[in-house]
Structure formats: structure tokens, C-alpha cells
Design a protein around this ligand. Structure first.
Ligand SMILES: Nc1nc2c(c(=O)[nH]1)N[C@H]1C(S)=C(S)[C@@H](COP(=O)(O)O)O[C@H]1N2
Ligand SMILES: [Mo]
Length: 326
């Protein structure tokens, strides 16, 4: 079973660093002495220090597995899950893993802002440390394009980030944003997409036990293409909700408009709960194909997680299954 977690995130003295200043990633890198990507690529920062001297990667791999989360199918081969990926910042094909290698993920500044008492900006590794011990969980994962996988994620419950941030009473949603840098991510030069990638959940969803802030996969830190250094994993929702390479968490009382919803609200809903009874114009939703296999198997309501998440949607005014998606 899961070992007792250090609850550093619950302690008030761990609650905040005083910086409330907003800086984008490039500004921060500059102020921290990274004079642009050229030097970073050369492995140097201002003053000729080796970049490695400032790097502080997320540690704690492999983490103990939390045996509460079990699979009804085989774990997907690592090679499949790490080479067949969706990360539109690096292109719209599934084969972007080489292009994503360009991304520098350490240091990685993350901002927590919006309806919180103390907005802050801190390095991803520091943030994860403040959120307590990492654990491993086996989860199913289902893309709206009808492919699916089952993988071991490493990370911490998203609920701990919510407790750590201490949102104000009126906050209802958590909005998340991916980095914006078209020099690194060529897909972001495609101006018809509403960059940066944005996703959002209700705070009740963010506090659900399944909502997971992942730092690793297969017992190792996330490879870039899977969303390094930190990403969301919501196993009961279609994969597009599981935003990668997060740089900003904003607490708000406004329902966020996500990247795909902004692009095409008819095809991509805010709720996006997996449901075999809600058809999609382009892909089948009653069946899915596990990566590494060629046959289709039945898709389950909430991707098989109804016991854990069903209560979240019971009081929603759902006229049809469709409302669980749109
Ligand atoms: N920033 C960002 N996050 C993203 C995406 C993306 O293009 N950019 N694609 C989403 C989609 S559509 C899916 S299915 C999952 C895929 O996660 P995986 O590649 O790790 O399997 O990431 C989601 N998160
Ligand atoms: Mo997806």
C-alpha cells in the first residue's frame, strides 16, 4: 500500500513564497540569468556558469505504487505510449517525440495566480516538493480519437495543489495553461490555433481523488513528448483535457474556455467526460483501440471510473448524455 505521505503541503509555513510578480517564461529565464536560448543550448548561463549548476530536476523516481488504482487490461508497452503522442505545439502528427526533445524543462517556472491570497511563481521541482511525496498510479487513458492506453503515471493528487494554493471562497474553476514559445514549438507558429493550450476543470473535479498532476510515466520523469515536467491526468475525461507542460494555474470564478473548445465548440466540450453514448462527428465513441493492438474494445461510461466520479455530475441538469460532454 501507499506509504504515509509527508504532508508538507498542509503546513502554513510552506504555503507561499512572496513573489507575486507575473513574469512570462522568457522574462523569467532572462531575469534568472539565462540570456536567451542560445546560451541555454550551449549549456551556459550568464557568467559562464554551467547550466547544470542551476538545474534542479524533480526527484523521487520510481515512486511507490498506490495499489488502490487497478487496471482491467494490460499495461501499454512503454514504447507505444511514448512515441505515439498528441502534442500540437510540436506538430499535428503523432510522431512529434523527436521535435519535442528541443524543449528545455529544467528550470521550469510555474505561476499560481487568480483568486488566491498569495499569487506566486516557483520552479516546478520546488512546487512538486511542496506538494508532498509522489506516488505511482495505473490509469486507463482514452483519447477522443478512439485510441486508448493504460499506463503507470507518477505524480501527486491535484487536490494537493488546490490545498496548497488556498483559493478564495468564490473560486469555482482551475484554469491551466501550457508554455508559449514558437521558437521551441513550431506548431505555435500556426496562427489559426488559439495558443497557448488552455484547459480547465471545476474545483470539485480538481479535488476529486483521480485528478492527478503527473511528473512521470513508467517510473521515470515524463519524456518531453508526454508533457514534461508537469501535466494533468484526468482518466475519466477524454485525453485532450489532460493538458501537458503546464506553466500556469489560475483560480477563477469564470468557466475557462479550453483550446479545443475555442477552436471548435461543436466537437470539443468543456466537460468532455468519456461516454460511449455521446457520438462524435469524426471518431467512434462506443469503442476504442488500445495502443499496440489492432482490435476495438468497448468504451465504458466515465472510462470505467463511474464509482469515483459519478457524484460530480449527478446534480448537473443533464437533459441527455450529451450534456456530460458539452
Ligand atoms: N499542451 C498540450 N497538451 C495536450 C495536447 C496538446 O496538443 N498540447 N494534446 C492532448 C491530447 S488530444 C491527448 S489525447 C493527450 C495525449 O497525451 P499523451 O500524448 O501523453 O498520450 O494530451 C493532451 N494534452
Ligand atoms: Mo486526444
Amino acid at each position: 500500500m501507499l506509504l504515509k505521505t509527508k504532508k508538507s503541503w498542509e503546513m502554513p509555513e510552506a504555503a507561499a513564497t512572496p513573489e507575486a510578480v507575473w513574469m512570462n517564461r522568457r522574462d523569467w529565464l532572462k531575469s534568472a540569468g539565462y540570456a536567451g536560448m542560445g546560451m541555454a543550448a550551449a549549456g551556459l548561463v550568464a557568467g559562464g556558469l554551467p547550466r547544470a549548476a542551476l538545474a534542479a530536476p524533480i526527484t523521487g523516481f520510481p515512486a511507490d505504487r498506490n495499489l488502490r488504482y487497478r487496471l482491467d487490461r494490460d499495461v501499454t508497452p512503454e514504447k507505444e505510449a511514448t512515441t505515439y503522442t498528441n502534442f500540437y505545439e510540436f506538430g499535428s502528427s503523432k510522431n512529434i517525440w523527436k521535435a519535442a526533445a528541443k524543449m528545455q524543462t529544467d528550470p521550469w517556472m510555474v505561476m499560481i495566480d487568480g483568486m488566491v491570497d498569495r499569487p506566486m511563481t516557483l520552479d516546478a521541482a520546488d512546487l512538486v516538493k511542496k506538494l508532498g511525496s509522489m506516488e505511482e498510479r495505473l490509469y486507463r487513458f482514452r483519447c477522443v480519437e478512439a485510441w486508448a492506453m493504460a499506463v503507470p503515471w507518477t505524480g501527486v493528487p491535484l487536490a494537493r495543489l488546490v490545498s496548497f494554493a488556498q483559493p478564495k471562497a468564490g473560486a469555482k474553476y482551475l484554469r491551466m495553461e501550457t508554455f508559449l514559445d514558437k521558437e521551441i514549438a513550431p506548431g505555435q507558429a500556426q496562427s489559426w490555433y488559439p495558443w497557448p493550450y488552455v484547459e480547465g476543470v471545476t474545483l470539485d473535479e480538481a479535488r476529486n481523488e483521480l485528478a492527478f498532476l503527473a511528473t512521470g510515466i513508467y517510473g521515470k520523469p515524463l519524456p518531453n513528448q508526454n508533457g514534461a515536467p508537469i501535466r494533468l491526468v484526468l482518466p475519466w475525461k477524454y485525453g485532450f483535457k489532460s493538458i501537458k507542460s503546464i506553466v500556469r494555474f489560475t483560480f477563477t470564478d469564470q468557466r475557462p474556455i479550453s483550446f479545443w473548445e475555442e477552436l471548435n465548440a461543436k466537437e470539443y466540450g468543456f466537460w468532455a467526460n468519456v461516454h460511449p453514448g455521446v457520438p462524435h462527428p469524426r471518431w467512434r465513441q462506443n469503442q476504442e483501440r488500445m495502443l499496440g493492438t489492432s482490435n476495438y474494445i468497448s468504451t465504458q461510461i466515465y472510462n470505467g471510473y463511474e464509482a469515483e466520479v459519478g457524484y460530480l455530475y449527478q446534480n448537473m441538469e443533464t437533459k441527455s448524455y450529451r450534456d456530460l460532454y458539452h
